[in-house]
Design a protein around this ligand. Structure first.
Ligand code: NAP
Ligand code: 3JM
Length: 349
C-alpha cells in the first residue's frame, strides 16, 4: 500500500547512464516517493548517490531487495531483469523494465504513453519500456498513423554512444584524445562488449549495434522492427531498419522514410499534423536552416522532427529527420511517464 506521501520505489542499475537520468527524471517530475532504494551490482554497493539533496547508499540488488517495494524501475541489462524482475513481481512490485528481456513477451505491454497508454491495463506485473530508437520513431509516427494511416517505414539511425552505457562513453572520449595525440585507438568495448571484434568509434561510423542475427540484421535493427509493429498493433506494417553508431555522445538521430495510406492534402497540412502530435516539437524551416540536431536535444524530453519532404517519385512517400535524447525520452523519461500513467489509471495505488 502507498503511504499518504507516495510509493516505495527501487531503481535497479542506479549507477549507470540510464540510472542517472532515472534519478534526475524522478526528481524533476516530483514523482511521489515514500522510500527510494538504489540498486546495482556488488561493484557499486556502498557508493553514495544524491536524490533531492539527500545522500542514498547504493545496495547490491538481490531478490530480497524488493520486499515492500511497490514500483521497481529496471535498467541493468537483460540478464539482471530476467533474474530479478520476476522476484520483484513475486513480492508485489510492479516492474517497469528498460531492457529487451520481456519486450516481445505477449503478456507484457510495451508502452509509449503518447501511443498506447491503455495497453497498461493488460499487465501481469511487468511492463516493458521499448528500445530508445523505437520510442522516438513511434512518437513521430503516431500523428501520421492517426490521420493518414501507415503502410511502410524505412529507417536509418545515427545513434549516440551513451546508448551503449558509461564504459562506451569513456572509450569514445579516451580514443578521441589518443587519436589526436597520434596514439592508436585501442578499442575494447564497442560495437558490443561481448562480441569477437571491437572497432574504433572515434572519427568513425559503425554499422553494428548489438549482435548479429541469423537473417543478417543486428538485434538492434530487429528490436526496432518488431517493437514498432507491437506498439502500433500492426503486424502488416512494413518496417526495415539499419542502425549505425556514430561518435556522438548523446542524442539519437533517425532518417525515416514513411509511406502513408492516404496522401496529405498538402505538405503544410502534413507538417501541422506532425507539429500537433503529442511529445513532438517541430523544427523545420529550411529558409532559416532550422532542423533538429543531437546536441540540441540533450536533457530534453521532446522528440524533435524536421527536414520533412515529400518523396519525389513515390505518391504518399515522406522523409523525416527525427532526433531525441536517447537516455531521456529514449529511456528514463519514458519509464517515469509509464509510472505516472500507472498512477493516473489507478493501476499503481
Ligand atoms: P551502464 O551505464 O553500463 O550501467 C549499467 C548499470 O547496471 C549499472 O548501474 C550497473 O551497476 C548495473 N548492473 C550491472 N550488472 C548488474 C548486476 N549483476 N546486478 C545489478 N546491477 C547491475 O548501462 P546503461 O546505459 O545505464 O544501460 C543499462 C541497461 O538499460 C542496458 O543494459 C539496457 O538493457 C537498458 N537500456 C535501455 C535503453 C532503452 O532504449 N530503453 C537504453 C539504454 C539502456 P554497477 O555500477 O555496479 O556496475
Ligand atoms: C540498450 O546487456 C544487455 O542485455 C543490455 C543490452 C542493451 C539493450 C537491451 O537489449 O536491453 C544495451 C542497450 C538495450 C535496449 O534498450 O534494448
Amino acid at each position: 500500500m502507498a503511504t499518504e506521501n507516495g510509493f516505495n520505489v527501487a531503481v535497479v542499475g542506479a549507477t549507470g547512464a540510464v540510472g542517472e537520468q532515472m534519478l534526475k527524471t524522478l526528481e524533476e517530475k516530483d514523482f511521489p516517493i515514500d522510500s527510494l532504494k538504489l540498486l546495482s551490482s556488488k561493484r557499486s554497493a556502498g557508493k553514495k548517490l544524491t536524490f533531492k539533496g539527500e545522500e542514498v547508499v547504493v545496495e547490491e540488488a538481490t531478490p530480497e531487495s524488493f520486499e515492500n517495494v511497490q514500483l521497481a524501475l529496471f535498467s541493468a541489462g537483460g540478464s539482471v531483469s530476467k533474474k530479478l524482475a520476476p522476484e520483484a513481481v513475486k513480492r508485489g512490485a510492479l516492474v517497469v523494465d528498460n531492457t529487451s528481456a520481456f519486450r516481445m513477451d505477449e503478456e507484457v505491454p510495451l508502452i509509449v504513453p503518447e501511443v498506447n497508454e491503455e495497453a497498461l491495463h493488460e499487465h501481469k506485473g511487468i511492463i516493458a519500456n521499448p528500445n530508445c530508437s523505437t520510442i522516438q520513431m513511434v512518437v513521430a509516427l503516431q500523428p501520421l498513423r492517426e490521420r493518414y494511416g501507415l503502410k511502410k517505414v524505412i529507417v536509418s539511425t545515427y545513434q549516440a554512444v551513451s546508448g551503449a552505457g558509461l564504459e562506451a562513453v569513456d572509450e569514445m572520449r579516451q580514443q578521441s584524445r589518443d587519436i589526436l595525440d597520434g596514439k592508436p585507438a585501442n578499442p575494447e568495448v564497442l560495437p558490443v562488449g561481448s562480441d569477437k571484434k571491437h572497432y574504433q568509434i572515434a572519427y568513425n561510423a559503425v554499422p553494428q549495434i548489438d549482435v548479429f542475427q541469423e537473417n543478417g540484421y543486428t538485434f538492434e535493427e530487429m528490436k526496432m522492427i518488431n517493437e514498432t509493429k507491437k506498439i502500433l498493433e500492426d503486424s502488416s506494417l512494413a518496417v526495415a531498419a539499419t542502425c549505425v553508431r556514430l561518435p556522438v555522445e548523446t542524442g539519437h538521430s533517425e532518417s525515416v522514410y514513411v509511406e502513408t495510406e492516404k496522401k496529405a492534402a498538402s505538405l503544410e497540412e502534413f507538417k501541422k499534423t506532425m507539429a500537433d502530435g503529442e511529445g513532438i516539437t517541430l523544427q523545420d524551416d529550411p529558409s532559416e536552416q532550422l532542423y533538429p540536431m543531437a546536441v540540441d536535444s540533450v536533457g530534453l524530453p521532446d522528440v524533435f522532427v524536421g527536414r520533412i519532404r515529400e518523396d519525389l517519385d513515390q505518391e504518399n512517400g515522406y522523409h523525416l529527420w527525427v532526433v531525441s535524447d536517447n537516455l531521456v525520452k529514449g529511456a528514463a523519461y519514458n519509464s517515469v511517464q509509464i509510472a505516472e500513467s500507472l498512477v493516473k489509471l489507478g493501476i499503481l495505488k
